[in-house]
Ligand binder design. Structure first.
Ligand code: MSP
Length: 636
């Protein structure tokens, strides 16, 4: 297998102190779509997921459930495994950090680092809660008291082993700078480079067993167990059998890690330093997505809004759930989940656009030519843009998948679905069928429809595996599809087509609990935009942004490139305001931006948001605030 065609993808290993929810499911689903795509393209793929089972939190959860940590981990790990099976996830392996194959590799790496002088005994000081029996980080401490016990913290110091992470700071910065796509999308790379501007500390990698028993003993001092992150990160290596194992040698050089922004630091800082110190190759890419909220709020047990995938897949099917989460979230930006939005997309994109197309096209072929695909027409004379639309979609899907831009891949495929739907409307095969002189034309149209569906059956396979398989079966296609099959003109004349209707049944939105009355927006009336529901408006993330820098976009009369602060993060935006503002007049202004707009590259500059402005008769004015608010403030 040549280098270019080997691909190893990992998800985070999930903690077993909670059962799988929308967040875990999203990461695992996009990983699954990615590996299915790569397998379709003929790559040699290894796909790993699993569970993270050691540490304080798990030990505490087990204690409150009245069972041993191992029994507790066995149970919840099983729940994850079953959930992924139910969702049709095609992982090649499932690692658990309590497995001997993992602990052996962790201990071997620890010993190697200790022998190499990378680990030393030092003193660790922190804020300790005796009620919780654990240290709290600075970030967790609000108001100086333990949130659970309402008691003040005690500063305690204890001896611990440290990994000499600080010495890798310079190397890591250089590595990230030399390899611009090491951490993607760019905002997360910038976040880490920002973090690395401060001195990097050594990492405490042990916990005394007197405090915590539930972990992997240090091989060189069994009065300590390994810090849970140091243990967990190594799963990506141990699951391949560790250095020297043929599986490790095959896949490790091609590893990419997929995570959400919550665990960026351990993956982007600790892990590369650990690999470097252990003399192992550094991973290729870290692909980072953002967070799901539910009905506009953080998902949390105490609010009671945790979305369990099975509640939706049971009701609407796996493919609908996969489609919604991949189409709705712009990879890298936060997104909101609501049943209303879910049902809206299901009805509009899946039932109307795709489902209707499949049902219309297969019915026309069965009714007008007895279900036998006619001979392909001579396309030069025939004149349809469907093959070109397919070519475009294929190219866009390939480019989007390179960047983990699942939403763009699906948008491109739906452009194609739209083009084929329009083709049915304009070519009117039902009218051609009435006129015997139009027989050749009718054959050409029906061939085009059959071929478009066949190609969709291939291209949709990574995203909607069940629906794609049904489409391929209806088009008489057997065997495993390959990406190259989605090339126009491969469908053989005489192939038998069967009617396929009800691929995605329409959901009655009132019955579903999603109360929006119509998924198709009312027509725009003269001069007045269609009404927008509160929920639709709520999907816009409007924020106060402070303009930090402004400069013209080269070769453009209209565009300015703006660097803005949203409080916690900086963004680059492109705004079409150069004819109305000098760059210098904008710096320091507080404006309003749409923060969750799909990123777009405009004249070579990636824009991550939109500045709001009003216009009238040639005058343009950006929206500013009439009272000061900090950047990042929400605008409603
Ligand atoms: N065990 C660690 C990871 C160790 S990896 C060596 C851990 N586990 S976790 O159970 O908390 O899972 C975190 C991951 O779950 C996130 O990185 C993301 O993949 C997923 N998500 C959890 N909540 C999420 C959202 N609300 N939104 C999107 N994904 C989120 O951290």
């Amino acid at each position: 297998m040549s280098d270019a065609t080997t691909f190893y993808l990992t998800t985070p290993i999930y903690y077993v102190n909670a059962t799988p929810h929308l967040g875990h499911a999203y990461t695992t689903i996009v990983a699954d779509a990615m590996v299915r795509y790569r397998r379709l393209a003929g790559d040699n793929v290894w796909f790993l997921t699993g569970t993270d089972e050691h540490g304080d939190n798990i030990a505490r959860a087990a204690a409150s459930a009245g069972v041993s940590p191992q029994a507790y981990a066995d149970r919840i790990s099983g729940v994850f495994r079953e959930a992924w099976k139910g969702l049709g996830i095609t992982n090649d392996d499932f690692i658990r950090t309590t497995e001997p194959r993992h602990t052996t590799v962790v201990q071997a790496i620890l010993q190697k680092l200790r022998d190499a002088g990378e680990i030393y005994l030092g003193t660790y000081g922190g804020h300790y809660c005796f009620g919780c029996e654990r240290f709290y980080t600075e970030k967790e401490i609000v108001g100086g008291k333990c949130p659970d016990h309402q008691t003040p913290f005690t500063w305690i110091e204890e001896e611990n082993y440290f990994f000499k992470m600080s010495k890798y700071q310079g190397w890591l910065i250089e590595h990230i700078e030399r390899q611009p796509d090491f951490i993607r999308p760019e905002r997360y790379r910038n976040e880490i480079l920002g973090f690395l501007r401060e001195p990097l500390q050594d990492l405490s990698i042990s916990r005394p067993r007197t405090r915590l028993e539930w972990g992997i003993p240090l091989p060189f001092d069994d009065t300590y167990v390994t810090y849970v992150w140091f243990d967990a990160l190594i799963n990506y290596v141990s699951a391949l059998g560790g250095p020297g194992d043929p599986r490790f040698e095959t896949y490790w050089p091609h590893v990419q890690h997929l995570i959400a922004k919550d665990i960026l630091k351990p993956h982007a800082v600790y892990w590369p330093c650990m690999l470097k110190a252990a003399g192992l190759p550094i991973y290729r890419h870290l692909d980072v997505h953002a967070y799901w909220t539910v009905d506009g709020r953080k998902m949390s047990k105490s609010i009671g809004n945790v979305v369990e995938p099975s509640a939706f897949t049971g009701k609407y099917g796996n493919d609908a759930f996969r489609y919604f989460v991949m189409r709705e979230m712009v990879f890298g930006l936060d997104a909101d989940f609501s049943e209303k939005a879910f049902v809206g997309r299901l009805n509009a994109d899946l039932a109307n656009d795709l489902g209707n197309l499949v049902s219309r096209a297969t019915t026309l072929i069965v009714n007008f030519v007895g279900g036998l695909v006619p001979a392909p027409p001579s396309f030069a004379a025939f004149g349809t843009d469907v093959p070109d639309a397919l070519e475009k979609a294929r190219g866009e899907v390939a480019a989007a998948m390179e960047e983990f831009a699942f939403q763009r891949a699906l948008a491109a495929l739906w452009e194609f679905v739209g083009a084929v739907n329009r083709y049915v409307d304009t070519s009117q095969p039902w009218a051609l069928a009435k006129d015997s002189t139009q027989r050749a034309m009718l054959d050409g149209v029906l061939y085009t429809l059959a071929e478009a569906l066949r190609c969709l059956g291939v291209l949709l396979a990574p995203f909607l595996p069940d629906a794609a398989a049904k489409i391929r079966a209806a088009l008489g296609q057997t065997g495993e599809p390959k990406l190259a099959d989605a090339e126009w003109g491969r469908l053989a004349a005489g192939t038998r087509v069967q009617k396929l209707s009800g691929l995605f049944p329409r959901i009655d939105e009132r019955a579903s609990g999603a109360t929006r009355t119509s998924s198709t927006p009312p027509a725009v009336q003269a001069g007045r935009a269609a009404p927008v529901t509160i929920a639709e408006f709520g999907r816009l993330d409007l924020r106060v942004a402070e303009i930090l820098a402004a400069e013209p976009v080269p070769k453009s009369r209209k565009l300015l490139k703006l660097t803005v602060s949203l409080g916690a993060e900086q963004r680059t935006l492109v705004a079409g305001i150069a004819e109305h503002y000098a760059p210098a007049d904008l710096v320091g202004k507080k404006v309003v931006v749409v923060a969750n707009l799909e990123p777009a590259t405009i004249m070579g500059v990636e824009s991550n948001g939109m500045v709001l402005a009003g216009t009238a008769e040639g005058t343009l004015a950006v929206l500013t605030l009439d009272r000061d608010l900090p950047p990042g403030s929400k605008v409603r």
